[in-house]
Design a binder for this molecule. Structure first.
Ligand SMILES: Cc1cc2nc3c(=O)[nH]c(=O)nc-3n(C[C@H](O)[C@H](O)[C@H](O)COP(=O)(O)O)c2cc1C
Length: 193
């Protein structure tokens, strides 16, 4: 009985040391907002059909600060995924851009723009947003969620072509099942773009 109690005490003591170590490790993470974001007006704007991109947008906004807005369609896509996929494929083939509600981005210096990957490319509502707005003198930082594949280089070129901005920051691509981003992941990405 005495040995059992001593054993339990030792295990408890070791667990306590591990917990204290982990807490101090978390506290010591050096979180420095990248310099290019300092004193800038920041907007995180996104389109999200299913909530994945919204989740990443909220993560970014929570950590970076600034405002957050959602790109809203004037006419919604069909709820049925097959009908929606067929329609988006047809719209892409025809070069059709769906109408979205206007968003005023004139006040912002830095725009985080989030989109799901659709047919290996930018989602159409985000294409409309990029097409409708003027990004002169703004820093554009794209982020994407996807489920299988995306042509990342082609996507950056496409954003450059639509906006005329040729210094698009390196986008973040998040696989749809891993969308809870830590502060460290976001800062690491932003320090390397
Ligand atoms: C019309 C449509 C097309 C898609 N095409 C692709 C694709 O080409 N590659 C890919 O990896 N995921 C593709 N996906 C999956 C989405 O990119 C992925 O589920 C994303 O996280 C959805 O984001 P959301 O929840 O913000 O809408 C597609 C989804 C839809 C609805």
């Amino acid at each position: 009985m005495k040995f059992l109690l001593i054993g339990i005490f030792i295990v408890f003591f070791l667990l306590l040391i591990v917990a204290i170590y982990k807490i101090s490790e978390l506290k010591s993470v050096n979180y420095n907002q990248p310099e290019f974001l300092a004193d800038k007006k920041i907007l995180t704007i996104y389109f999200s059909n299913n909530g994945n991109t919204k989740c990443v947008a909220q993560n970014i906004n929570n950590i970076i600060g600034g405002d957050i807005k959602e790109i809203e369609l004037v006419e919604n896509y069909p709820k049925n995924i097959f009908a929606m996929s067929n329609l988006t494929r047809k719209q892409m083939k025809d070069g059709y851009l769906p109408k979205i509600k206007d968003v005023d981005i004139s006040n912002y210096d830095i725009i985080f723009i989030g989109s799901p990957v659709w047919n290996f490319s930018i989602s159409l509502p985000v294409k409309t947003f990029l097409n409708n707005n003027n990004f002169d003198n703004k820093i554009l930082i794209p982020f994407f969620t996807y489920s299988g594949g995306a042509n990342q280089n082609k996507i950056v070129k496409e954003i450059e072509n639509i906006t005329g901005v040729n210094s698009i920051k390196r986008p973040l691509f998040m696989f749809e099942n891993g969308i809870i981003l830590t502060k460290e992941q976001i800062i690491k990405w932003l320090n390397n773009i």
